[in-house]
Design a protein around this ligand. Structure first.
Ligand code: MTE
Length: 327
């Protein structure tokens, strides 16, 4: 991985971090909820950046990973997001709703002796520890576009393995139609946002997809990024990276993978079904009810270190891989 220069004191102005329309609509949305008597029971997926310089402490404790870059995913149409920008601007509601504080709040996540239980409608259920996973499945690096439903985007060099290898290892039965990913949850460790409190949110965080989507070559489990293990705020030690879908589909810190026969309930779809659909493929033509998805703000790459407007691409630019899944 190329050395990534950290400009001193780089920062994002607040006005660039939250599109005004989103911000004002958010207030209207919360007011609406208050009227309905459920203020604070749900959180909109919007955030803002406080003016803090980048901090190398955000990636403290990561371990280098020996990997080769998969030539099929060696570049995209824009530069890689600065590592410290990505590591200090996160969504991980188990650790609050302030994007810039997640890297500090997530420090108590206990990632040692991690186990991932893979089961449900499979012939060969298995519980893997992290060592099993990384020895059994050869690690590769893939540079993927990453598009959040909030209309910001990044480019991240993930390290991991295709999800399809898990399918082959556990052999789902013909009854299995969907997969559900469950994230780590322990209310003593993952306090959630200050408001609304955890009991109003459908924790543990779950996400899911159809089996054919999971079997697609692009669907990836990441155990690392930027050439080393994942920092906790990115969902250490194992998270999903599904680049043609909005970022919320990529469950972090996965402890359970279950093959099921019915479409599983998922965190955001349970909370606000009108805004966060189960499928949630990136699509410029389908606006979020509160903002357009036609453009995105690409975050934090050299040399600009600014938010650059780009047109949103259908399937986030991965149509050649996935369009046939939806024909
Ligand atoms: N996984 C869990 N467990 N909890 C979360 O709150 N947020 C999702 C997704 N995975 C989330 C999660 C959302 S909304 C996004 S955009 C991405 O993680 C953000 O990933 P990043 O912080 O590594 O960029």
């Amino acid at each position: 991985m190329a050395f990534i220069r950290i400009p001193p004191g780089w920062q994002l102005p607040e006005r660039d971090a939250t599109p005004e329309t989103v911000f004002f609509n958010r207030r209207r949305f919360l007011k609406g909820l208050a009227g309905a008597g459920i203020a604070g029971a749900v959180l909109p997926l919007v955030g803002c950046r406080t003016q803090k310089p980048l901090d190398r402490a955000a990636i403290a404790g990561v371990q280098p990973l020996a990997v080769t870059l998969n030539p099929a995913f060696a570049q995209v149409d824009r530069p890689i997001t600065n590592e410290l920008v990505a590591a200090t601007y996160n969504n991980f509601y188990e650790f609050g709703s302030t994007k810039t504080a997640i890297w500090q709040n997530a420090r108590p996540l206990p990632i040692e002796d991690w186990k991932v239980e893979v089961g449900g409608l499979v012939k060969n259920p298995q519980t893997f520890d992290l060592d099993d996973l990384t020895k059994k499945f050869p690690l590769e690096e893939r540079i993927y576009r990453f598009r959040c439903v909030e209309a910001w985007s990044m480019v991240i060099p993930w390290v991991g393995f295709p999800m399809n290898l898990i399918i082959k290892a556990v052999e789902p039965t013909s009854a299995a139609k969907f997969v559900r990913f469950t994230s780590y949850y322990d209310s003593k460790v993952t306090p959630g946002p200050l408001f609304p409190p955890n009991q109003f949110l459908p924790f543990p965080y779950t996400e899911g997809m159809r089996i054919e989507e999971m079997a697609n070559d692009l669907a990836f489990f990441a155990v690392g990024a930027y050439g080393h293990t994942l920092p906790k705020q990115h969902g250490a030690p194992l998270r999903a990276a599904i680049p043609w879908k909005y970022g919320f589909k990529g469950a972090k810190s996965i402890v359970k993978i279950e093959f099921v026969d019915k479409q599983p309930a998922t965190f955001w779809n349970t909370l606000i079904p009108s805004e966060y659909k189960f499928e949630s493929n990136v699509d410029p033509a389908v606006p979020h009810p509160r903002w357009s998805q036609s453009q995105e703000r690409f975050v934090g790459a050299e040399p600009e270190f600014a938010w650059i407007e780009k047109p949103t691409l259908k399937y986030n630019g991965y149509g050649e891989y996935v369009a046939s899944l939806y024909s």
